[in-house]
Design a protein around this ligand. Sequence first.
Ligand SMILES: NC(=O)c1ccc[n+]([C@@H]2O[C@H](COP(=O)([O-])OP(=O)(O)OC[C@H]3O[C@@H](n4cnc5c(N)ncnc54)[C@H](O)[C@@H]3O)[C@@H](O)[C@H]2O)c1
Length: 352
Amino acid sequence: MKKIKVGIIGTGSISGVHTAGYKALENVELYAACDINEQRVKDYAQEHGYKHVFTDYNEMLKLEELDAVSVCTWNSVHAPATIAALKAGKHVLCEKPMAMNSEEALEMEKVAKESGKLLMIGFVRRFGNDARILKDFIDNEMLGEIYYSKASYLRRAGSPGGWFGDKSRSGGGPLIDLGVHVIDLVRYLMDKPKAVSITGATFDKLGDRSNIKGTKGYRATDAEDNIFDVEDLALGMIKFDNGSVLTVETSFSLNLKQDSGNIELFGTKSGVKIDPSLEFYSEMNDYLVNVTPANDTALSFTGLFENEIAHFVDCVANGTECISPAEDGVEIMKILDAIYESARTGKEVQLS
Ligand SMILES: NC(=O)c1ccc[n+]([C@@H]2O[C@H](COP(=O)([O-])OP(=O)(O)OC[C@H]3O[C@@H](n4cnc5c(N)ncnc54)[C@H](O)[C@@H]3O)[C@@H](O)[C@H]2O)c1
């Protein structure tokens, strides 16, 4: 069995789940790791058994035998690292968001096409067991026509710190970081309608709430580096070409009771809520009924990164068609750009 030699660019917080996903696969060899922080990457390579260590990804990409890389850097490095890797003939799994904006994303997509290599975007929510089962329900018409969806990903005091709050490295706040997950998941579940018009609003009323004491949630590796010039709350309304509407709300800081993640899709036959478990709302014999799948795995928010990494490796090793390709990343970046533009101008944005 030929082993796929993989490399990681960016060995911070999220890279651990990529490495765990690769380690779980017999046909993968952990080959090279790169981070601009030399001590971090050395420790990481030693802990996980990566053979080669680099502080410059251009040097790492010179390794002829390297087959594929995960790009797990802060967002501003996604485009340059991905483009360099594709040009060096490597397959790429790029973390979400695909890029800082749609212009960069389009360039990445173009280079991927020219290189003939795979560019997969890490829309990990698509790979959860809950999403897989819900997609099966939707593909089999169990919801009827879906004409309205709501997606929220709200944190009360949940800025991850560090580069996440620094617009020059993140591209934005909770919308580009968290909103990207839920907007993509809804669009994916609905069989990828095209966004046609978008209205958005952003706020920066509470900042990063770094004053708040107590336990923090997800954190960047260099979280103490506290620049915060991004929005703390973003809202959007997206109209799709199939006539359906999605409303989205996402925050790093908001005076709400508790953090929440929730996606609801409303169809003519039934509605469904995903997060933290699947629940369907419909009618039966003229009564309103709520239905939950009886199988535990159908209910759970599990399998995400293992399934995502296994799919990437399957695509690389066996040429399986990728279910999270670059073109989807581009569409999502166009939506995010439009929400930010509408928030800035106060006008609805039309997408062609
Ligand atoms: N899929 C998810 O659910 C999920 C969750 C968290 C983060 N992410 C994404 O993963 C990416 C990384 O986030 P994180 O939380 O691990 O951040 P992090 O700050 O913990 O790690 C980023 C790492 O990238 C390194 N880096 C920066 N520039 C580099 C360069 N030019 N070459 C090599 N390394 C470089 C940094 O030194 C750091 O170690 C982000 O794009 C983020 O949006 C995805």
